[in-house]
Design a protein around this ligand. Structure first.
Ligand SMILES: *Cc1c(COP(=O)(O)O)cnc(C)c1O
Length: 465
């Protein structure tokens, strides 16, 4: 077979992709007919595809390319590390410099007494680690019946068996089932579910479902609660201000472990190093991945507080780990990514420059006839599409029909903005500049205008009864 390069004609690449490549979360037969879009290059917030389109990436890949594309320092570090020590493991009483340095750097950045890192290859793997770690922790403390983990409907924690089970997405559970001992409570999604309540009252009510669930199960059976500070894949659901303080109160009162899944919200996304700082959450364990390496290498992990690490460390082996836990090349690249984030004050850029600039423009989208609500924390935003703003109505069409149509217009306008049902979401690289935000907003507005025209002409601006 010939070498596959960026320069092979798009149609040939698409045919090979259709013949041999099974895509995640994709109806592969339909995609094969339509043909994939093939990305060939990235620089800053910009992507180029095989047809030469210059696309602005409003999603930072999959919420991960925090420092932007094309930073050659990371490749330099990867090559140097591969030449020096391409691989060694961290099992069996060995370590290596990149894993040591990265663990120490993460401990320095993480709040409170989150001082210990267990590495994984991805966010899903890290959450699988968390399931096993919290259960093992309670075993050691002589409370082995504490096994249930409480999570939320429409949460996302990855797509391995454990991660998919922690997540509250029925579509994922339907494909392969769900492991035992994980239960779900409602999500703090005021826009869709808050009815006549104020956001604050609704947030409180949803948090109190945790207390009710603990009492129903018996606290002697509950190991932990897990939640994303902001639900990402669920549609960028930003909880009401009352939600996390009440969750924290309940977790403290009943002494269960709190896991903050910071795979998206970690490493600057919310305008602080961690979303837990933005929302005043004090987790025992944080899940990290994505922005840890800005996606330049696959790496994830669990940041663990002193007490849990002490219990886990002093009571025999924890029979768990991955061949690539703390992989030296991935760790070296992640460390270089964090160096760039610190040296270039990228978190401060989000907080002081990019967020305030985007927030004003994002809020103004609520003037658009299709847009009911526009929310933004840091550089993580959503807009709710609606046929009737006053009643926060859903569309009569099947959920996602409208969102998909608007997403198609974004695609055509060289903007990557995702849809989750009938919500549009963004999470651009953290280095986005005001000029680039103007371009993003111009393309988003054009896509909304065109989408609105299509919806009207197809008779889809109709509220569900
Ligand atoms: C993406 C994501 C994961 C899963 O990470 P992978 O690296 O895809 O396994 C877990 N939790 C959250 C909150 C995520 O957004």
């Amino acid at each position: 077979m010939n070498k596959i390069t960026n320069h092979m004609p798009t149609a040939e690449l698409q045919a090979l992709d259709a013949a041999h490549h099974m895509h995640p979360f994709t109806e592969n037969a339909a995609l094969a007919k339509k043909g994939v879009r093939i990305m060939t290059q990235g620089k800053g917030v910009w992507l180029t595809d095989s047809e030469g389109h210059k696309i602005i990436d409003g999603m930072a890949g999959l919420w991960c390319v925090n420092i932007g594309y094309g930073r050659t320092e990371l490749g330099d570090v990867a090559k140097a590390q591969m030449d020096q020590l391409a691989y060694y493991n961290t099992f069996f009483q060995t370590s290596h410099v990149p894993a040591i340095a990265l663990a120490a750097k993460i401990a320095e950045l993480a709040p409170g007494d989150l001082n210990h890192v267990f590495f994984a290859g991805s966010g899903s793997e890290a959450n699988d680690t968390n399931i096993r770690m919290v259960r093992r922790y309670w075993d050691i403390k002589g409370q082995s019946e504490k096994r249930v983990i409480i999570a939320r409907t429409n949460g996302y924690h990855g797509s391995t068996m454990g991660g998919g089970s922690l997540g509250g997405m029925s579509g994922i559970h339907a494909h392969g089932g769900k492991i035992a001992g994980i239960v779900h409570i409602g999500e703090p999604n005021w826009w869709a579910q808050g009815g006549d309540m104020t956001p604050e009252a609704f947030g409180l009510m949803r948090a109190q479902e945790l207390e009710a669930k603990i009492l129903e199960l018996g606290v002697e059976n509950v190991a932990a609660f897990i939640g994303e500070p902001i639900q990402g894949a669920g549609g960028v659901i930003i909880p009401p201000s009352t939600y996390w303080p009440e969750i924290q109160r309940i977790v403290d009162k009943y002494g269960i472990l709190l896991i903050a899944d910071e795979v998206i919200t970690g490493f600057g996304r919310t305008g602080n190093w961690f979303g837990s700082q933005t929302f005043g959450i004090r987790p025992h364990i944080m899940t990290i991945a994505k922005g840890l390496s800005s996606g330049y290498q696959p790496i994830g992990g669990s940041i663990v507080c002193d007490e849990v690490a002490e219990v886990m460390g002093a009571n025999g082996d924890f029979n768990h780990g991955y061949t690539y836990s703390g992989h030296p090349v991935a760790a070296a690249v992640a460390l270089e990514n964090l160096r760039i984030m610190q040296d270039e004050n990228i978190v401060e850029h989000v907080r002081d420059v990019a967020h305030p600039y985007l927030k004003a423009r994002w809020d103004a989208l609520t003037d658009h006839p299709l847009v009911g609500e526009a929310k933004l924390v840091g550089l993580m935003g959503s807009i709710a599409l609606t046929p009737n703003k006053a009643s926060r109505a859903k569309f009569a069409s099947e959920a996602g029909t409208v969102g998909y149509k608007v997403r198609e217009r974004c695609f055509a306008n060289d903007l990557i903005m995702r849809h989750v049902g009938d919500r549009m979401i963004i999470a651009p690289p953290l280095v986005i500049t005001p000029d680039e935000i103007d371009i993003l907003i111009a393309r988003a507005t054009k896509s909304l205008d065109e989408g609105y025209a299509i919806l009207k002409s197809e008779g889809l601006m109709v509220a569900a009864s």
